[in-house]
Write a protein that binds this ligand. Structure first.
Ligand code: SAH
Ligand code: SF4
Length: 405
């Protein structure tokens, strides 16, 4: 976020255009400090006040200043006038037959933006865990040829508050705050105490191209006095922004996933075009040097199964050879088709044969079960509605671009 505040008066409005008040949902400690300073809280009280607010916002998930019972009524009223606790606006919530949920969220429009940007967040429940897949950018500057997001131009980076806001909104809907109730359907939620046990940066965008905001957001998400998601259960997925990989490990320290998808530079240059800049060898060297890498903290290599493109048994053997010596997990992802895609998913028998070679090399159950396909919530299918709208404007005769929506 950027708390756009007048530090003299604590006013939260942007001059010129009528804008909604900024929200504290997703604020960093520095943001809170700036707010409180602007509201005239004396310096010696700042630390205590920030920590009180932090607990209410992130450990308890309150949505009203009235609930902040240990904060004086006067200060609560001042905050109420300057800021809100609003989550990102939900445009739609879809629940798949398998319990996967997808939220399309609308973010506040900035002055120069023609329309309010939209992003998607996906929740994937399993019996004993729940994974939240969050977006880091609206669209993506990269153009991986099998990825739906890659066909959408980058609109902008998300702020740290917009990234954290996705987690808070999902917690609201899933009843994942202490004492909270699920909102809407409770279908197929895990038995676990916490509904969101894992967070993956695998939604829209290349997180390492929005480094600072994603780092701040993950620091907020993993703060033990707040949202308290263990860094061991947060995974950043990258297409291979080599110069930022080691820095991410050192500064953020989450788990890492690499979108490998090909075993030769020739093919990876086509599928994941950033490979032309940072080829496979450089990528794997960065992986070998990832801070904290060990057998207990392996890097996940993602490999999308594209029929007759990268799915031969020779490819499987080459993959195993390529990764030897790196503490790794391999995730074979059945290609999730989207309207207009130029690839097909590999045949199931071929995926099994490929997986067998990978299994024999010591990697356990590597095929990722496709989830949420009926609501286009699966990996690589996320694409914002502003894009869909433009497409449907171009195809007024009702050409179905998103048959699953
Ligand atoms: N930009 C980052 C993270 C978002 S994509 C990255 O590329 O890693 C998350 C994962 O979904 C990546 O491994 C990506 O390659 C994969 N993916 C993209 N489109 C896909 C599709 N249509 N089917 C299956 N996986 C896909
Ligand atoms: Fe961007 Fe990742 Fe899609 Fe490539 S796979 S276009 S990096 S979101």
């Amino acid at each position: 976020m950027v708390l756009v505040l007048n530090t003299e008066t604590g006013e939260g409005k942007i001059e010129g255009e009528a804008q909604p008040l900024p929200t504290l949902a997703g604020a960093s400690k520095a943001d809170l400090q700036q707010l409180l300073t602007g509201l005239g809280v004396p310096e010696r009280q700042l630390r205590m006040r920030v920590s009180q607010l932090w607990g209410w916002i992130y450990a308890r998930g309150v949505t009203s200043f009235d609930d902040m019972t240990d904060i004086s009524k006067g200060l609560r009223a001042q905050m109420q006038d300057a800021v809100t606790l609003a989550r990102p606006e939900i445009v739609s919530e879809q629940i798949s037959q398998d319990g996967t949920r997808k939220w399309l969220l609308r973010l506040p429009k900035r002055e120069h933006e023609a329309r309010a940007p939209e992003v998607e967040t996906v929740y994937i429940p399993e019996s004993d865990r729940g994974t939240l897949c969050i977006s880091s950018q609206v669209g993506c500057t990269l153009t991986c040829t099998f990825c739906h997001t890659g066909t959408q131009k980058l609109v902008r980076n998300l702020t740290h508050a917009e990234i954290v806001g996705q987690i808070m909104l999902a917690r609201d809907r899933l009843g994942d705050w202490p004492g909270a109730e699920v909102q809407g359907s409770s279908a197929m939620l895990p038995e676990a105490d916490r509904k969101i046990t894992n967070i993956v940066l695998m939604g829209m965008g290349e997180p390492l191209y929005n480094f600072e905001n994603v780092r701040t957001a993950m620091a907020i998400a993993s703060d033990p006095g707040g949202l308290s998601h263990s860094k061991r259960r947060i995974t950043l997925s990258t297409s291979g922004v080599v110069p930022e990989i080691g820095r991410w490990g050192a500064e953020a320290g989450t788990m890492l996933a690499i979108s490998l998808h090909a075993v030769t530079d020739e093919l990876r240059d086509v599928l994941v075009p950033i490979n032309r800049k940072y080829p496979i060898k450089a990528l794997l060297d960065a992986c070998r040097n990832y801070p904290g890498l060990s057998n207990a903290r392996r890097i996940t290599f993602e490999y999308v199964m594209l029929k007759d493109v990268n799915d031969s048994l020779d490819d499987a053997r080459a993959l195993v050879r390529l990764l030897s010596g790196i503490p790794a997990k391999i995730n074979l992802i059945p290609f999730n088709a989207w309207p207009g895609a130029e690839y097909e998913c590999s045949d199931w028998e071929q995926i099994e044969r490929f997986a067998e070679i990978v299994n024999k090399a010591g990697y356990a159950s590597p095929v990722r079960t496709p989830r949420g396909r009926d609501i286009l919530a699966a990996c690589g299918q996320l694409k914002s509605a502003s894009m869909k709208l433009r497409a449907s404007e171009r195809a007024p005769q009702g050409e179905a671009l998103h048959t699953g929506d």
